[in-house]
Design a protein around this ligand. Structure first.
Ligand SMILES: NC(=O)c1ccc[n+]([C@@H]2O[C@H](COP(=O)([O-])OP(=O)(O)OC[C@H]3O[C@@H](n4cnc5c(N)ncnc54)[C@H](OP(=O)(O)O)[C@@H]3O)[C@@H](O)[C@H]2O)c1
Length: 259
C-alpha cells in the first residue's frame, strides 16, 4: 500500500521539475493531466503529502475550483503573478507556496537565478526535495515575508517582461541602458501589486532586491513568450483597481501599433 505520495496537477515545465524533486526525496508522484478524473483519483489517493497545482496563472482559478474536497487542505502553488487573493478566491486556506527563482524552458536545463523561498505546511519537505536535485530553496517562517517575496517576484517578472517588450535585450542591459524606463515600469508594477495585496512595501528596498535579481542573471533575455499576456493582465488589474499606469499604457499602445 502506497503511503507517501504527492499529486502534481499539470505536467508542464515546472510540474516535471517538482515531480523529479519529489521522486528524489523518495515520494511517489501521481500526475493529474487535464483529462484525469480528479474525483476518482482523490478517492483512490485521498491523503497526498501535497497536491502541487503547476498550471500557468490563467489556468489556476479553474484548476483550484476543480480540486476534490479531500485535497483542498493540501494544496501547493508556484505560479508567477500569484497573490493571496488568488487562492483565497478559490476558498483555499493555508497552501504551501514556492516563489520560484529558477527557470526551466523547453529543451533547456534548469537555470537557477536565486534561492527559491517556500512557505507553508509542506515547505520544509519541498525545500529539501528541490535541494536533492540541485535547486536551492529556503523555508520562510513568516506569512508577511511570503507576501513580500511574492510581490518581489511579481514586480521582477512584470518589469523584465513589460520593459522587455519596449526595448528587448537582456536583464543586465535593462538597468545599465534603460534605467528611467525600468524604474517607471517597476514603480507602476509595484503600485498594482500593492493594490492587489492591500499592503504597502518600501519602494527602495524592493527596487534594490529587483536590481539584485537582475544582476544575478544578467544574460537573461527580457521578453519571454508570456510578455504580452503579462502586460494585458497588469493593465486589467490596474483598470479594475483604479491604479494609474501611464508607462504600461504607453508600452501597450506603442507595441500594439508596432505589430
Ligand atoms: N517555466 C519556468 O521557468 C517558470 C519559472 C517560474 C515560474 N513559472 C510559473 O509557473 C507556472 C507554470 O509554468 P510552466 O512553464 O510549467 O507552464 P507550462 O509548461 O505551460 O505547464 C503548465 C501545464 O499545466 C497544464 N494544465 C493546465 N490546466 C490544467 C488542468 N486543469 N489540469 C491539469 N493540467 C493542466 C498544461 O497542460 P496543457 O499542455 O494541456 O495546456 C501544462 O502541461 C506559470 O505560472 C509560470 O509563470 C514558470
Amino acid at each position: 500500500m502506497l503511503d507517501d505520495y504527492a499529486v502534481v496537477v499539470g505536467m508542464g515545465q515546472l510540474g516535471r521539475v517538482f515531480a523529479q524533486a519529489f521522486l528524489a526525496a523518495g515520494t511517489a508522484v501521481i500526475p493529474a493531466l487535464r483529462r484525469t478524473p480528479l474525483d476518482a483519483l482523490a478517492a483512490a489517493a485521498p491523503e497526498p503529502r501535497l497536491v502541487l497545482v503547476a498550471t500557468a496563472e490563467d489556468d489556476l482559478p479553474p484548476a483550484l475550483n476543480a480540486l476534490p474536497p479531500a485535497w483542498r487542505g493540501r494544496v501547493g502553488l508556484l505560479q508567477n503573478e500569484l497573490v493571496p487573493a488568488v487562492w483565497e478566491a478559490a476558498g483555499i486556506t493555508d497552501p504551501t507556496v514556492a516563489v520560484v527563482w529558477f527557470e526551466k524552458k523547453p529543451g533547456m536545463e534548469v537555470r537557477v537565478i536565486l534561492p527559491s523561498p517556500v512557505w507553508g505546511p509542506a515547505a520544509a519537505w519541498v525545500a529539501d526535495a528541490l535541494g536533492r536535485i540541485g535547486i536551492p530553496a529556503v523555508v520562510l517562517e513568516d506569512y508577511g515575508r511570503l507576501v513580500y517575496e511574492l510581490v518581489l517576484k511579481n514586480v521582477y517578472i512584470w518589469t523584465t517582461n513589460i520593459a522587455g517588450l519596449a526595448v528587448g535585450g537582456t536583464a543586465g542591459e535593462l538597468w545599465e541602458r534603460h534605467r528611467p524606463l525600468a524604474e517607471a515600469v517597476l514603480g507602476e508594477a509595484l503600485a498594482v501589486q500593492e493594490a492587489l495585496t492591500g499592503q504597502h512595501f518600501d519602494p527602495a528596498r524592493l527596487q534594490e532586491a529587483v536590481v539584485a535579481a537582475l544582476a544575478a542573471d544578467p544574460a537573461h533575455r527580457l521578453m519571454g513568450r508570456s510578455a504580452r499576456a503579462r502586460l494585458a493582465r497588469a493593465l486589467a488589474h490596474a483598470r479594475r483597481l483604479g491604479v494609474a499606469v501611464p508607462t504600461l499604457e504607453r508600452i501597450a499602445a506603442d507595441t500594439a501599433s508596432a505589430g
